[in-house]
Design a protein around this ligand. Structure first.
Ligand SMILES: *[C@@H]1O[C@H](CO)[C@@H](O)[C@H](O)[C@H]1NC(C)=O
Length: 211
């Protein structure tokens, strides 16, 4: 007799290709290529994202989080360490996105053929909800493509990162415009931080010191 447990395990394994690297066992899952088209109701949209990325460490392809209207629980994104394509965060109303473990965006595919990280229009028409900090405290490398952060009315942390230190392609575009007021960094951080706290200083890989 096959138990439901076994069936569930099979279903969830089919979402992920587990690969064994030399030292660690990394959970790899595939990303999406939807751009701004949404897949139906909020709940369906949210559940699709959750099923796809729960427990994921490496995304082969793009991470696209778009048109999520309220503060759904995205804590399962905490495990993601690498995205091989681009990261798109657009037209959402949540305040934070827990991608604190994300270290590398490879940019093997780019949003609008230019951006490895694109963050725009993350606030609702009414009210004061909306993205406040990017929280990408461990992001130190974007191997190809640039960054676009525009029209995030309440975003106080993220736009003012020293992007030149993260973006490897010197000719890649950096478009930063129409965001919130710049928030102050903790005094331990100097001028560059991902949020107000001491553990949110921008880490510099190039100079191997905290900026
Ligand atoms: C950054 O990575 C370190 C080491 O894995 C971890 O301890 C820390 O919590 C991460 N930062 C965030 C904001 O998640």
């Amino acid at each position: 007799m096959i138990s439901w447990g076994v069936i569930l395990v099979c279903v969830s394994l089919s979402w992920r290709l587990e690969t064994a690297s030399s030292q660690t066992h990394e959970v790899v899952c595939s990303g999406t290529q939807n751009g701004l088209s949404s897949t139906g109701s909020q709940e369906i949209q949210y559940n699709l994202i959750k099923e796809r990325y729960d427990g994921c460490e490496i995304i082969m392809g793009n991470l696209e989080i778009t048109q999520i209207e309220s503060n759904w629980d995205f804590s399962y994104l905490k495990t993601i360490r690498e995205v091989t394509g681009y990261v798109l965060i657009a037209m959402n109303h949540f305040q934070e996105i827990p991608l604190g473990q994300l270290r590398v965006i490879r940019g093997n595919s780019l949003y609008e053929r230019r951006f490895a990280l694109s963050v725009f229009f993350n606030y609702p028409k009414d009210g004061s909800n909306g993205l406040r900090q990017l929280g990408l405290a461990n992001l130190t490398e974007i191997l190809e493509g640039g960054v676009q952060i525009i029209n995030n009315k309440y975003l106080s942390y993220g736009p003012w990162i020293f992007w030149q230190d993260i973006i490897r392609d010197n000719s890649a575009p950096i478009e930063i415009q129409f965001n919130g007021e710049r928030g102050p960094c903790h005094k331990a951080c100097g001028d560059y931080c991902w949020g107000p706290n001491k553990d949110q200083c921008q880490i510099s890989l190039l100079s191997l010191r905290t900026l």
